[in-house]
Design a protein around this ligand. Structure first.
Ligand code: 15L
Length: 275
């Protein structure tokens, strides 16, 4: 039985995967937050922004599923620490420990600025919609480098949204059920001959914005379709921000006010003074 490290195991996706993959692999779960592992699985607490921790957890595993990191848009220092430094440490630690295979669940937000009326495949140039999206593009680029330069076997899953059910209109296009993501992850772990692949982590959704033929070529046979929930979801949907509605990344594409600490303080008008 293969030993698989799952980083970021306390998160939603990690929780679904450790349940779905139990018994199929020997799972070593890791996170910086504590976790009581399910029976038959082990847990190692680690902070992947420290290379020494990343080296410790990647020792002796057959593959790494690197979920650890900041999982939504956030302040740059947090993204930098977790998703740039942390991601680098995990790839580098895996290489130094001789781990050949690494799965990096990237995100739909690496390409979130494609419009919803476009269908994109695994070969499109990234169009990140956020600092978080940029960090996922960094992970994809790092994976490409480690595949070409060091011969690592790298499997990228641009995940839509993992949930037992799709939660809104946007997710009808990008939803993936827990059992479908587990199937994709198993392909990434077990399929021979992987060098560097990008697939989309979505179920067989009727409203998909992705041409996921690369996943199908590698043997993916999704069981679920978000359309089964469409009637219920559309009946309660209220129109959102028009920019967010235009792009695949949704609200991550909306312009936000980023406070600039270097900017001089704004002058306030003196009270009672007329122009
Ligand atoms: C993601 O990449 C996030 O990790 C997740 O929390 C959701 O925001 C998801 O994308 C989404 O777009 O629904």
């Amino acid at each position: 039985m293969k030993t698989i490290l799952i980083t970021g195991a306390t998160g939603d996706v990690g929780t679904h995967l450790s349940r779905e993959l139990a018994g199929k692999y020997k799972l070593r779960l890791s996170d910086q937050r504590p976790l009581k592992p399910p029976k038959g699985q082990s847990f190692v607490r680690a902070d992947i922004s420290k290379l020494a921790d990343a080296l410790r957890i990647t020792k002796g595993v057959d593959a790494v599923v690197h979920l650890g990191g900041y999982s939504v848009e956030g302040p740059w220092p947090a993204i930098l620490q977790a998703n740039i430094i942390g991601c680098y440490n995990v790839f580098e630690a895996a290489r130094r420990n001789g781990v050949k295979r690494i799965l990096f669940p990237t995100s739909n937000h690496a390409a979130g600025f494609y419009r919803r009326d476009q269908t994109i495949d695994h070969r499109v140039y990234p169009k990140p919609d956020s600092r978080y999206g940029v960090s996922k593009v960094f992970g994809e680029a790092l994976g490409s480098l480690y595949a070409d330069k060091y011969g690592m076997q790298v499997f990228m899953i641009r995940i839509g949204n993992v949930n037992p059910k799709p939660i809104d209109k946007r997710r009808l296009s990008i939803w993936i059920s827990p059992r479908d993501i587990a199937q994709l992850v198993s392909i990434g772990i077990d399929r021979p001959g992987i060098k560097f692949e990008i697939v989309y982590g979505i179920s067989r959704n009727k409203r998909a914005w992705y041409d996921n033929s690369n996943a199908y070529r590698l043997g993916y046979q999704p069981q679920d379709d978000a359309e089964d929930f469409a009637k219920e979801i559309l009946s309660r949907e209220i129109p959102g921000d028009p920019t967010a509605e235009l792009y695949q990344g949704g609200i991550f594409c909306a312009v936000e006010e980023v406070p600039n600490p270097a900017a001089p303080p704004k002058k306030t008008k003196a009270k009672g003074k007329k122009k």
